[in-house]
Design a protein around this ligand. Structure first.
Ligand SMILES: [Zn+2]
Length: 291
């Protein structure tokens, strides 16, 4: 090989390196600064874990669930994802066991106090989105009555129609103040820049949804809602007996796994105490490295 060719090759390598660097910088600059907080919406002791599979796999077992909720601060507005357990649990001297005894629940603090600790108030929220309308995900929803509720149209209808207001009065009471409603039909890119995407994953409820976050962390995050409640149910694709539609749940699980794989997302199981701690640590380490 002549000296000329070698020099030319070296030159080309340098140019291509420069180009890559330039691309990286451009990418970083175009990513808006988005901050995620994971907050503690309470604790659930599942006394009868058998409810969480279609067979007797979990017979006689119990398990502790975390009950996380999430705050996403985006330059175009803030989003609250899920809303923890009911706030009337705050200050109770003992955890509360539901009639029937399947669940024992507790919550340490109110959303107002928890937001204060991260420098926010209820009025700072443009959007609230709930993975679904069960009691452990809508606890402080009414507090966000000035925000726009991003909800699947069928979920909205199912939980707010005239008969639901009577039949599921306790659930209705916890969401009835959310009157600014934006009804969705399927996936929704909340800020229009692909950073925060609500994904329709029905089955657990009629309009259950999960949240994809591509916010400049090492990997995108995928928050499960209640598609999975704990790790074993994810690996074995088990569905709770009380789901709205079990075959549809399984289809959503397939779609979820394919999406997680194609985006290389880090899956966060919202009720997993392990994932709660892991995400907290991840966000903390991110803060210290970007400072
Ligand atoms: Zn739940």
């Amino acid at each position: 090989m002549s000296k000329k060719i070698i020099l030319l090759l070296i030159g080309l390598t340098i140019i291509s390196c420069k180009d890559t660097k330039k691309d990286d910088v451009t990418k970083k600059d175009s990513t808006p600064k988005i901050t995620l907080h994971v907050l503690d919406g309470g604790k659930i002791l599942v006394n009868n874990l058998e409810l969480f599979s279609e067979d007797t796999t979990y017979h006689g077992q119990s398990k502790t669930f975390a009950d996380a909720y999430y705050v996403i601060q985006h330059p175009k507005g803030n989003l609250m994802w899920d809303a923890g357990l009911p706030e009337n649990l705050v200050g109770m001297p003992e955890p509360l066991t539901f009639p029937g005894g399947a669940f024992t629940v507790s919550r340490k603090d109110s959303v107002v106090n928890q937001l204060k600790a991260i420098g926010l108030t209820v009025d700072d929220f443009k959007y609230i989105a709930l993975s679904h309308s069960h009691f452990d995900h809508i606890g402080h929803a009414n507090t966000f009555k000035n925000a726009t509720w991003l909800v699947q149209e069928n979920e909205y209808d199912y939980f707010t129609n005239d008969s639901a207001q009577v039949k599921r009065a306790d659930i209705y009471a916890m969401i009835k103040d959310l009157t600014n409603v934006q009804k969705l039909k399927g996936d929704y890119d909340v800020f229009g820049d692909s950073t925060v995407i609500i994904k329709s994953m029905p089955g657990h409820t009629i309009g259950h949804q999960v949240l994809y976050l591509n916010i400049g962390l090492e990997k995108p995050l995928l928050l499960t809602g209640d598609l999975y409640h704990f790790e074993e149910n994810r690996s074995h694709k088990r569905s709770p007996t009380f789901n709205y539609d079990i075959p549809q749940t399984k289809k959503s699980m397939e779609a979820f796994e394919a999406f997680a794989k194609s985006t290389n997302a880090d899956v966060i199981i919202q009720h997993s105490p392990k994932d709660f701690k892991r995400l907290k640590a991840l966000l903390k380490s991110q803060k210290t490295t970007t400072k």
